[in-house]
Structure formats: structure tokens, C-alpha cells
Write a protein that binds this ligand. Structure first.
Ligand SMILES: [Zn+2]
Ligand SMILES: [Zn+2]
Length: 321
């Protein structure tokens, strides 16, 4: 799973940081999933290595403008490109009304299947939104001025390495049958022998997990959703000295983000959604925010626009969880 930040500022863009958006590239699928779509996200796509034509799903955390003003333009451009196979969008009310009215009043014809899925839950432990062959997506309600949801992707455990030598020893010649065996399926050979693919594969490899958590003040539901994840991307709008303002505006400080990561025992934390007040040249800078969080959770990194990296699997033991 490759993560690319397309926008890392809160509220308004700055010269260095656009408003919220994160793209996740799924392994073996040539597919992109987008989390939030602040204004000019499609411009950020053009300046990145990512291909907008690979976009398949969009997850919207909440209906504040800095997370959704880029949607209509991006969806319209996908239509004009003419090669979009369809988009599924997930988000809270009034996402569907917002999109329908803006597309209608601007006479925008989309021309591809656009499916909106309403996210609505009060469960603090998270509910399953999507469950396919390889991935499960869950979400949980955060604590913000309006309903806001955190999302988690879990890649299911993958089959271990296929032992070709063992397959040959059993007299199975290479061919399409290998794909079935690699997938762990049971097959019947021409001579009547039944072979279980899983017996020719090494131990299962654990999948990766990713959690995107914004906008919110410190909340138990974020800890519950993020528990044991390889990567937690968490908002950190304010420095610790602005804790009072963070509570007033229902946003997180560096310390709240780090405490969430520490209590959830995640592998890595990345801070994003930084207030423009910490732009370089001001008294406090993003580097100060990073140091505050690292004092509590050392494996913390700072997001910046176009930062792109592969998720590293967390070295975990069952006692971690
Ligand atoms: Zn925001
Ligand atoms: Zn917000």
C-alpha cells in the first residue's frame, strides 16, 4: 500500500500546503482510493506521480469545505477524460445533496456510474463499510463540530510464497493451474489426485493496515479504530500551547494525536491538517509540532504535500493488541 499526501493544511491552503487529501494506491490492483478532496486536489494530482484515471473510491470524512470543495471539479474532469469506469463515494449527509445540487446547477454531465454511499454510525468501535476479496474498510464516528468519520483499511492476510519445486515434485506442470494453487484453491489433477493449494504455499503473510483520522478532538473512538494499525494518519491542527483552542474548535493538538497513537499501539504516526499559523517563519513551526508529538510517540513523522511512501508492516506480537 502506497500513501501519497496531496494536501496537508487545515482550513485554507498555504504556499507549501494544499487543503486535505490523501491517496492510497492498492497493491496488485492499479487502483487508487482517495481520502478527502479539498479544493484543487485535481491540480495536486497533476503535479504528482499519481494517475487520476486509476481513481475508484473516495472517502469523505466530513462536510467542511476544506475536505470537499475539490470534489465537483475532480468528478467533472474524470467525466471529460472519458475513461472512468465508475466511482464510489462514501461520506456523511449531506454529501449526496451537495453533489447532486452542484452538478445539476452547473449543468455538469458525469457520464459514468457515480454511486454515493451514506456513512452513518454512532458506534465508537467502528462498522464495516466495505468487505471484498482483499480489503476491509471500517469507519468510526469522531468528535468534531459536525459529524466526522475516521476510516481504516485492512488488507486481508495474503497467501504465503508458492513452492514451485514442491509442485514439480508432485508432477504438476506449470500452467494456469499454478494460479489456482497459488491462491490456495483445491484442484483435481487429471489422474484424480486432489491437491490443496495451501499445502504448497508458505505461511500466510499479514496484510497492511491504514487509518485516516480527521477532523477531531481527542476521542476514544479514534483509539479503538486505530488499534494495532501499521500507520495512523491523524490531524494535528494545533501545538500543545493551543490546547484550549483545540477543545473549542474540536481539533487535535500534537499531544492528542500522539496519545491516540500510543494508546492504540500503532506502528507509525503521521501528523497532518496543520494550521497555517505554523507556516515557516512563524514563532512555532511544523518542526516544533513534530518534536512535541515525538516526545510521547517517537515513531512520528510530519506530512507534507507530495510525500509518498510504502506502509511498513508493524512488528507486532499478540500482546501488542
Ligand atoms: Zn478540516
Ligand atoms: Zn472540520
Amino acid at each position: 500500500m502506497q500513501v501519497t499526501f496531496l494536501g496537508t493544511s487545515s482550513g485554507v491552503p498555504t504556499r507549501a500546503r494544499n487543503v486535505s487529501s490523501v491517496a492510497v494506491r492498492l497493491p496488485q490492483r492499479s487502483e487508487l482510493w482517495l481520502f478527502d478532496c479539498g479544493e484543487a486536489t485535481q491540480h495536486q494530482f497533476l503535479r504528482s506521480e499519481l494517475r487520476i484515471s486509476q481513481l475508484r473510491r473516495i472517502f469523505i470524512t466530513h462536510m467542511h469545505g476544506d475536505h470537499i470543495f475539490g470534489l465537483p471539479g475532480l468528478l467533472a474532469s474524470l467525466g471529460l477524460a472519458g475513461n472512468c469506469g465508475g466511482i464510489d463515494i462514501y461520506g456523511p449527509d449531506p454529501l449526496r445533496d451537495y453533489l447532486e445540487s452542484i452538478l445539476r446547477t452547473s449543468s455538469t454531465r458525469i457520464g459514468y456510474p457515480l454511486r454515493t454511499h451514506r456513512v452513518h454510525t454512532a458506534a465508537s468501535s467502528g462498522i464495516v463499510l466495505l468487505d471484498d476479496k482483499e480489503f476491509v474498510v471500517t469507519c468510526a464516528l469522531l468528535s468534531h463540530r459536525i459529524p466526522a468519520y475516521a476510516y481504516r483499511i485492512d488488507q486481508k492476510p495474503r497467501m504465503g510464497t508458492f513452492n514451485i519445486a514442491k509442485a514439480r515434485e508432485l508432477g504438476i506442470s506449470p500452467g494456469p493451474i499454478y494460479a489456482d494453487l497459488k491462491a490456495g484453491h483445491e484442484i483435481i489433477l487429471a489422474d484424480g489426485r486432489i491437491i490443496k493449494g495451501s499445502t504448497l504455499c508458505g505461511p500466510q503473510k499479514p496484510g497492511y493496515s491504514f487509518v485516516y483520522c480527521t477532523d477531531t478532538v481527542f476521542t476514544e473512538s479514534a483509539i479503538n479504530l486505530a488499534r494495532g494499525a501499521d500507520l495512523l494518519i491523524h490531524e494535528s491542527t494545533f501545538a500543545h500551547s493551543e490546547t484550549e483552542m483545540a477543545y473549542q474548535r474540536q481539533h487535535s493538538t500534537t499531544i492528542m494525536a500522539a496519545q491516540t497513537a500510543a494508546e492504540a499501539k500503532v506502528g507509525q504516526l503521521v501528523l497532518t491538517h496543520l494550521s497555517p499559523r505554523y507556516a515557516h517563519g512563524n514563532t512555532l513551526t511544523p518542526a516544533d509540532l513534530l518534536n512535541e508529538a515525538k516526545a510521547i510517540f517517537p515513531s512520528t513523522f510530519l506530512a507534507k504535500d507530495f510525500l509518498s511512501f510504502e506502509i511498513i508492516p508493524k512488528v507486532s506480537s499478540s500482546s501488542d493488541l
